[in-house]
Design a protein around this ligand. Structure first.
Ligand SMILES: [Zn+2]
Length: 107
């Protein structure tokens, strides 16, 4: 999962470039988007990854910015999370596909 590989064969790369996802696995031919709207579930994964990341960044920023108000520290964490959006996009889709494959491999 960390290497962002196909959930079925664990060999084929899911992404062909930084933000471009392949339609199917180049090794085993597994179609990544199993049905229309398949990646809506990845939004929940992305949310579940982004919120702890945001909280961690704010906790780290608080002692680094003691002259900032709490609201300003919360606001300062938002652009940092936005910088991580491409990674969240990639990993949320890969985690979603692996999770789906684990519980429903033949659908
Ligand atoms: Zn594969």
């Amino acid at each position: 999962m960390l290497r962002q590989r196909c959930p079925r064969c664990l060999e084929g790369r899911v992404f062909s470039s930084f933000l471009t996802m392949r339609d199917a696995c180049p090794v085993c031919g597994h179609v990544f988007e199993r049905e229309p709207g398949y990646f809506v579930g990845a939004m929940y994964v992305s949310y579940a990854m982004a919120i702890p990341l945001y909280v961690a960044l704010v906790v780290l920023l608080r002692p680094l910015l003691p002259w900032f108000s709490d609201i300003a520290v919360l606001a300062a964490g938002l652009p940092l999370v936005c910088l991580c959006a491409p990674l969240l996009f990639r990993y949320s889709r890969v985690v979603w596909m692996h999770f789906d494959w684990l519980f429903d491999p033949d659908a």
